[in-house]
Design a protein around this ligand. Structure first.
Ligand SMILES: Nc1ncnc2c1ncn2[C@@H]1O[C@H](COP(=O)(O)OP(=O)(O)O)[C@@H](O)[C@H]1O
Ligand SMILES: [Mg+2]
Length: 263
């Protein structure tokens, strides 16, 4: 069974139809890279999956459970929306860490807030909080940040901050981890360290959707590649097909312009 089924998602902002019927599914452990020029709707797609935007049409199902269906709108309580959002983790281009919290606090904050809402929190407060801290330390260690747990974001490089953001997204154990151009704010060296972490997550069979401009990385790490243009899924398939032998003229043109633009 697919972890994620996206069916005919559409979204418009005013007169502009930004997503014009996107469909795909993702199996557990697969990595889908989404490529396409700026303005093609990649960020909007991730925001729809994470319920930061409401699609105008289409459906989203995770592990067979329909989380969103525009044809059957449900009036959801805040708590239910939050629960649905937990299926997805999102790592932004610009890290978005809380500046007033340490790396470890950034990673554990949401889990602690969530635990506090549990009815038996009072009885198990101490063990719950220390378990969340231990998991947070473990994640930061996996990100290569064992010696940075107590640092504030301003004391960390961009690459380190982004790795904290990845640990934070993993802390809530999402079914699908989404990245929106995770390295585009980073210089080449810091890009490499973040890509290394994402690659190690792929090796651990973490289900991921990665919006990226790093074509070599996409080729290397993805199970499949989706090329978007003008809000449409133009072509989707194994990386060697989409990136090396694309069927669609639009994909070819994008890849050509991309290679000529590169130094
Ligand atoms: N909140 C919004 N209001 C109006 N237009 C938007 C909004 N968000 C995105 N857009 C427009 O939607 C299109 C796709 O944007 P986006 O999803 O950010 O593309 P990408 O991530 O591929 O660059 C762009 O034309 C953008 O200007
Ligand atoms: Mg974008």
């Amino acid at each position: 069974m697919a972890v994620l089924d996206v069916t005919d998602i559409r979204k418009r902002f005013g007169q502009t139809e930004v997503l014009r019927g996107i469909s795909f599914s993702l199996e557990k452990g697969q990595v889908l890279s989404v490529i396409g020029s700026s303005g093609s709707g990649k960020t909007t797609l991730l925001r729809c999956l994470n319920f930061l935007e409401t699609p105008d049409a289409g459906a989203i199902a995770v592990n067979g459970e329909t989380l969103f269906d525009a044809a059957a709108p449900a009036a959801l309580k805040e708590a239910e929306i939050r629960r649905r959002r937990l299926h997805f983790g999102l790592v932004f281009q610009s890290f978005n860490l809380f500046p007033q919290y340490t790396a470890l606090e950034n990673v554990t904050l949401a889990g602690k807030l969530l635990a506090r809402q549990s009815p038996d929190f009072r009885d198990r407060k101490k063990e719950t909080l220390s378990r969340i801290d231990a998991e947070g330390r473990d994640l930061l260690t996996q990100m290569g940040l064992a010696d940075r747990m107590g640092n504030y974001p301003h004391q960390l490089s961009g690459g380190q901050q982004q790795r904290v953001a990845i640990a934070r997204a993993l802390a809530l154990k999402p079914d699908i981890l989404c990245f929106d151009e995770p390295t585009s704010a980073l210089d080449p060296e810091l890009t490499r360290e973040v890509l290394r972490v994402i690659r190690s997550l792929a090796e651990k069979r973490t289900t991921m959707i990665i919006v990226t401009h790093e074509m070599d990385f996409a080729r290397d790490v993805s199970s499949r590649v989706l090329f978007m243009d003008g809000g449409q899924a133009v072509e989707e398939g194994p990386p060697e097909q989409v990136l090396s032998a694309p069927v669609q003229e639009r994909t070819r043109r994008f890849l050509d312009s991309y290679t000529t633009r590169r130094p």
